[in-house]
Design a protein around this ligand. Structure first.
Ligand SMILES: C[S@@+](CC[C@H](N)C(=O)[O-])C[C@H]1O[C@@H](n2cnc3c(N)ncnc32)[C@H](O)[C@@H]1O
Length: 167
């Protein structure tokens, strides 16, 4: 299950590599974005379906998915603790959460807070209060708090890939 389909960049990479016994479900709160997954599935003739729903309240039963992933999705979402709680809920035991995200939130990278004379420490506190993605360190701490164990971390220049496992 992919958390956020968006333009479908991550979806394309996942769906094209599915084997016949694999099923992909993509979730996005924007209907048109969610339906990008259907089109990509049809193009590659794979089992792929997009659902319009919120990551804050997923329409799935507990312990359903082998893998939950997100490609530049978490760093543009609010309520990261709730989203992580939902990811853990729908993952099977030993299931993986895999995320590709920017090291630091767009708002911080582009120095938006500085434009309003808000210092870095205060900006981080504001982001924490409204439960916005701030950076890898914050996401990692929240993932551990949600009950996940980090099993891989590959940093690149501006982004990283992290893998977590549900016990
Ligand atoms: C930057 S895009 C994701 C990029 C996409 N994964 C890709 O690879 O092309 C962010 C997406 O997150 C979705 N989104 C934001 N908050 C959401 C939420 N609470 N539930 C579901 N989708 C959400 C937006 O509708 C948007 O399509």
């Amino acid at each position: 299950m992919e958390m956020t389909v968006g333009a479908g960049v991550g979806t394309n990479a996942i769906v094209r590599s599915l084997t016949e016994d694999m099923y992909y479900t993509g979730v996005d709160i924007d209907f048109v974005c969610a339906k990008n997954a259907d089109v990509i599935g049809r193009y590659y003739r794979k089992n792929a379906l997009g659902l319009c729903a919120s990551l804050w309240n997923l329409p799935f039963s507990d312990n359903l998915f082998d893998v939950v992933c997100s490609h530049f999705g978490f760093d543009e979402c609010r309520e990261i603790p709730t989203i992580l709680k939902e990811a853990v809920r729908v993952l099977k035991p030993s299931g993986k959460l895999i995320t590709v995200s920017r090291h630091s939130a767009w708002l911080r990278r582009h120095k938006i807070f500085e434009t309003y004379n808000i210092p870095e420490a205060q900006a981080l506190e504001l982001m924490r209060q409204v439960r916005l993605y701030a950076d890898f360190e914050q996401f990692d701490a929240l993932a551990v708090e949600a009950g996940l164990t980090r099993t891989d971390y590959i940093p690149f220049e501006n982004w990283y890939l992290a893998e977590y496992t549900k016990p």
